[in-house]
Each structure stands twice: as C-alpha cells, then as structure tokens.
Design a protein around this ligand. Structure first.
Ligand code: SF4
Length: 257
C-alpha cells in the first residue's frame, strides 16, 4: 500500500513539474556518468559543465540583474519585493517607493501601512512590508545604516534568506559567496541534470560543488535569463536553445539526439 501511495505521489509530482528527474532519468544518460549513488541520473562531467558555461556566456554576454536600483539597500528592498512577483512590476513600484522613503532610516521610521500602500501591487504586501521595515530597523540599529557585506550578517536581516543575500552580495558588492537559486535556476538545474535536490539550499550546494567560483555570479544571471527567454517552465523552446545538444531533460519539446 505504502509503495503504491509513493508511486502515486511521484506521478503527481512529475505531472506538476515534468522537468524533475527521477533516479532513472535522463532517458539517455551519458556513458561516462555515475549510475549509482547520490549522483545517479545526473550529468556532471566537468567537460560538459565547461561547455554549458561557455554556451551560456556566449548566449547572454551582458546578463545582469533586471531589478532597478541605485545602491545595495535599494537592491535588497527590490529583491524582497520580487518574491512571487515579476521584476517588471517591482520596477514600476520602486521609483515612487524610494522617492517616499529614500534611506533605510526613512523606512525604519515609516509605519507598516505607509509601506504597504506603496508596495500593494507586488502581492503579499503585509509580509513584504514587515520584512522591509524589520530589515531597515536592523540595518540602522546594528550596521550603521549600511547594508552589511557578509553573508552571515545579511542573513540576520528579517526577510533575507540566501537567495536575496546572494543577489545583494553578487550584484551590489561583486562578492561570490554563493549562487542565486530562484525558480528558474531550480528548474534549469533539474533539466540540465545538475541536481536532483528540491530544497534551494541543497540545490545551491550542489551547484557550488560543480560550478567554478569565478562563474557563480554570472552563472546565476545567465540561468535566470535563459529560464525567462528559452527554457520556460511550460513548453521550453528547445529547438532554439544553444544548450540543446548538451541537454537530456525529460520534458524536452524537441531533440537533435
Ligand atoms: S534543450 Fe530545452 S529543456 Fe534543455 S535547456 Fe534547452 S530549452 Fe531547456
């Protein structure tokens, strides 16, 4: 019974996210990959990874963070606002938000309803306002009004987990402390056979093990751009994809091999 229930659950998960790889995926596992253990079904040949990075870089030579910002604080706020919201929507909201509250101190002194009023259209605005207000208060009281430049300190700010911290560190401070794992990076990492983990922290650890550190910042942006433009969640545009010959995703829409 338990086995049947597990099978049903697995089928349901596969239907919801067909890009997820089971232990037995991909359909055509490269001959040189490990077939057992934690790497079973993954495609981690360093030469292949090197080629993936090369092609991503060639396809998106100027990949940058799409969130408009003028400093680390504004980027932190914009990243908090971008949860479950498009970057375009965030970019529509932030000019007026930062005009009204130009510094962390201004946010710290603002009431929650005043912040909520400005960010309502980004969704989940109660929680986002709480996070921004809490982060502003802590930046002012503990860090002299400046966004800290280290991962452990950033993680003490309300509403800031590794994804936001990695965006701020990589984009604002050019520090490669980790790899941004958002919904696009998660989906593409599965399709490209780079991880089987579901938890973003574990996905990030897997990626950090196989991607050379000097590529971490660019890799995040390139994967996000690729996920938005070509490797979209439903019906990826495989016929147009520069990574196609390297990809054995279970839900490819076209294949040359
Ligand atoms: S071939 Fe298709 S599934 Fe694979 S990375 Fe490209 S768009 Fe995504």
């Amino acid at each position: 019974m338990a086995a049947m229930a597990m099978k049903k659950l697995a089928k349901k998960a596969e239907k919801k996210a067909p890009w997820r790889r089971s232990k037995n995926s991909p359909a055509k596992a490269p001959a040189n990959q490990k077939k057992t253990g934690r790497n079973a079904g993954l495609e981690l040949d360093p030469k292949r990874i090197e080629e993936l990075l090369k092609r991503l870089q060639a396809a998106y030579p100027n990949a940058e963070c799409a969130l408009h910002h003028r400093n680390a604080w504004e980027l932190l706020v914009a990243t908090i606002l971008s949860a479950q919201c498009t970057d375009a929507r965030v970019n529509m909201v932030t000019p007026s938000l930062f005009r009204k509250f130009p510094t962390p101190a201004a946010f710290a002194g603002a009431s929650l309803p005043a912040i909520e009023e400005e960010i309502r259209s980004t969704g989940f605005y109660h929680n986002k306002a709480k996070s921004i207000s809490g982060a502003a208060k802590r930046v002012v009281s503990e860090f002299g009004g400046k966004v800290p430049e280290a991962m452990p300190e950033l993680l003490t700010l309300p509403g800031v987990a590794r994804k936001t911290a990695n965006v701020v560190l990589g984009v604002a401070f050019k520090k490669a402390e980790g790899i941004v794992v958002d919904t696009h990076v998660l989906r593409l990492s599965h399709r490209l056979g780079l991880t089987r983990a579901e938890d973003p922290k574990k996905v990030e650890e897997d990626l950090m093990r196989i991607i050379p550190r000097n590529h971490w910042i660019a890799f995040s942006h390139e994967m996000i751009h690729h996920g938005r433009q070509i490797c979209i969640a439903r019906k990826p545009k495989c016929a147009e994809c520069p990574l196609e010959t390297l990809c054995n995703a279970p839900d490819k829409t076209w294949s040359s091999h």
